[in-house]
Design a protein around this ligand. Structure first.
Ligand code: ZN
Length: 420
């Protein structure tokens, strides 16, 4: 799966992000979050500061649904607001939105409490995908920005900068995210969608960093993983370099790879990947085959280019594009793995043949494209169908292009990425 401008279940879940358009540059007083941690990492007292709209009416939106998880507003409590330096007063949340009226461009401060809204560690049957709903525990916390940050929605033209800081008992606490490492992280002016498309790591993760070919791969790994940390890091490095080469593109300077365990399943294993901006998350049961981890890491990295580098997409219509966003990603994952020597030709063809065999055996194989758009999440077979169709279509088209001497599929995609 990947969660990017697409929320798809990659082998479970592919993450999706909020598609947002950058506004033209306007006033930027910055949007500042500061969090005081309580009871280890179990509760965060948050403070959000920003300047209100010039028209005297502002809105703060709470996370409601993100990816596979819904009802996220239940994680928040004790909302209080100070307008223009005045006293903090309780405020109502109406349909997930706090409405504020104030003098033009008045400074606004929202205080609130935030914590996970379930008992204990993530579990199957409690969250749709254990680990994607925010986790706040005694020894660690991990959350997706879009699932955890109440955020202002402006009517005026504004692309603010953001600042996020964490502390405990007045002392700074370091966090790791796609925005950087440290107890205080500052961005330049960026769209809200970019700010929210992040993962935040606090506390008990094994963290490492390695710079290869001027790309800094940072990892945050936790628990019993079926692939060694060094192999996860190396696989990511190879795939980033291989995909950048294939699509004639320059990678970002830094990426974050996060992996943590899924709770065990009776008699089976599960691996779920999710892609965010410059960030890839892997959730896996301890008994998953190492090859599946290798493939899922590779697939998530490929989402950086399909469709991350192609611009924002509309999450509501994702299922109609999964043949491309997932199917083509799956084909190019295999192709790049072949090019970097991670698969030999026999291994590549075996993987294509396996896709074809699963497709032929699929009980939903004859579903029309329109039917599938409405029913893609109905079952594991419907979820997999766009992967199978898209990957086989890409294999066929690329093979014909190669045989006919015309541009290969990667060249066509490189053109799309260039345009974006
Ligand atoms: Zn995917």
């Amino acid at each position: 799966m990947m969660f990017k401008p697409v929320m798809t279940l990659c082998a479970g879940v592919c993450a999706a992000m909020v598609a947002g358009c950058a506004r033209s540059q306007g006033p930027d007083d910055g949007t500042r979050y500061s969090f005081a941690l309580q009871d280890g990492f179990q509760r965060l007292s948050g403070e959000l500061s920003f300047s209100g709209d010039a028209d005297g009416a502002s809105q703060i939106r709470l996370p409601g649904a993100w990816g596979p998880e819904a009802g996220l507003d239940g994680q928040f409590s004790d909302f209080r607001v100070s307008v223009a330096g005045g006293r903090f007063e309780p405020v109502l949340v109406i349909d997930g939105v706090i409405h504020l009226e104030h003098a033009a461009s008045a400074p606004l401060v929202l205080r609130y409490e935030f914590s996970q809204d379930y008992e204990g560690l993530p579990q199957w049957g409690v969250q749709r995908v254990p680990g994607l709903r925010p986790v706040t525990q005694p020894d660690f916390a991990v959350f997706v920005g879009a699932a955890a940050f109440p955020h202002p929605v402006w009517s005026d033209d504004r692309t603010p900068s953001y600042s996020v800081s964490f502390s405990q008992d007045g002392l700074p606490v370091s966090a790791r995210s796609s925005l950087g490492d440290g107890s205080r992280l500052d961005t330049g002016p960026i769209p809200a969608s970019r700010f929210l498309d992040t993962l935040w790591i606090l506390g008990g993760f094994d963290q490492a960093s390695r710079v290869v070919n001027a790309v800094n791969i940072r990892t945050a790994l936790r628990g019993d993983l079926p692939l060694a940390p060094d192999e996860i890091q190396t696989q990511s490095e190879h795939m980033i370099a291989g995909a950048a080469d294939l699509f004639r593109d320059t990678p970002f300077e830094t990426y974050l790879i996060v992996a943590m365990p899924l709770p065990p399943l009776p008699d089976q294993s599960a691996v779920i990947g999710t892609a965010f901006h410059q960030t890839f998350m892997l959730l896996t049961t301890a008994n998953a085959p190492a090859e599946e981890i290798r493939h899922t890491v590779s697939h998530e990295v490929l989402h950086e280019w399909i469709t991350g580098r192609m611009g924002p997409t509309d999450t509501d219509t994702d299922p109609s594009r999964m043949w491309f966003t997932e199917g083509f990603t799956e084909y190019f994952t295999l192709l790049v793995r072949l090019r970097v020597g991670d698969l030999d030709l026999d291994g590549f063809l075996a993987a294509i043949n396996a896709l074809e065999a699963h497709y032929q055996a699929s009980s939903v194989r004859t579903m029309t494209r329109m039917e599938l758009i409405d029913h893609v999440w109905d079952s594991r077979e419907t979820e997999r169908l766009p992967y199978q169709r898209g990957a086989l279509l890409a294999f066929l088209a690329d093979g014909r292009a190669a045989a006919g001497g015309s541009d290969r599929l990667a060249d066509v995609l490189a053109g799309l990425i260039d345009e974006a």
